[in-house]
Design a protein around this ligand. Structure first.
Ligand code: HEC
Length: 229
């Protein structure tokens, strides 16, 4: 006769009941999570650790080969790596025009319209305007500081009741456009090549140069103050 009555508790020899391997088997049968071998590891976390170590290693190797001095310019596919560090990087023309179109749609469109035709009696046309396709400096100054009073458009004297607002910051002006020289260059390049207009691009350098020369301007230009054709 065993010391344990057959109707109570596991039918195990006391020696077997204390055997850890048998306890594990029973645990598994009862749906418990298997206990790891004392001092051992279970397989799943080990595989995970291996996988993550491999990922980190791969990431480091990738970074070492592709860090490009950690310059964001390197990751920009528009940039020729040969130019980095030697000169100022400019976007290629199609991207400048795309940016210019967005800027136009953001602000200029309200007055000059998507067609560039303006609004009769209120806002002058930019499509087919000899001011848009003409003298660079005159055009840049108009967008930097604005324009007021009558002016000559395609040879005819015209008067509009409104002013053209300044897009660069200007002392005494409440306008908050505060556009950078780059933005002004982009939008001007766009309007010089849209709606059938054909004139060379305007660079940010050129806008910067003219902006620096007119930095103390405090009011919109009158046409007579601007360079002629
Ligand atoms: C709030 C309305 C308004 C906005 C916004 C505006 N303009 Fe004008 N623009 C005018 C008015 C009005 C004139 C004519 C000013 C005058 O009578 O002297 C003008 C004149 C001009 C002229 C010279 C005349 C011509 O027809 O060629 C140019 C170039 C021009 N604007 C470009 C722009 C550009 C580029 C933008 C956006 C960056 C812009 N404008 C945004 C109202 C506006």
């Amino acid at each position: 006769m065993s010391a344990v009555p057959s109707n109570f508790g596991p039918r195990l020899e006391p020696a077997a009941a204390s055997d850890e391997s048998i306890q594990r088997v029973h645990g598994a049968l009862l749906g418990q999570k298997p206990q790891p071998e004392p001092g051992g590891y279970s397989l799943a976390p080990l595989a995970l650790l291996g996988f993550m170590s491999a990922l980190i290693l791969f990431g480091c190797i990738f970074l070492v080969h592709n860090r490009g001095g950690f310059s964001p310019l390197v990751q920009n596919r528009h940039v020729d790596p040969a130019t980095i560090g030697t000169e100022k990087v400019e976007l290629p023309l199609p991207d400048i025009i795309k940016s210019g179109a967005k800027l136009y749609a953001l602000e200029c469109v309200k007055c000059h319209q998507a067609t560039g035709a303006g609004a009769p009696g209120a806002y002058p046309q930019l499509a087919g305007s000899d001011i848009v396709t003409g003298n660079e400096e005159r055009l840049i100054r108009i967008v930097l500081h604005g324009l007021k009073d009558s002016f000559k458009l395609n040879g005819a004297e015209v008067v509009y009741p409104n002013k053209m607002p300044n897009f660069a910051p200007m002392a005494g002006s409440a306008n908050t456009f505060n556009w950078s020289d780059e933005k002004i260059a982009y939008v001007l390049t766009y309007i010089r090549q849209e709606w059938g207009n054909q004139a060379p691009p305007i660079t940010a350098e050129r806008v910067k140069e003219i902006h620096a020369a007119t930095a103390d301007r405090k009011a919109e230009w009158t046409f007579g103050e601007l360079p002629a054709k």
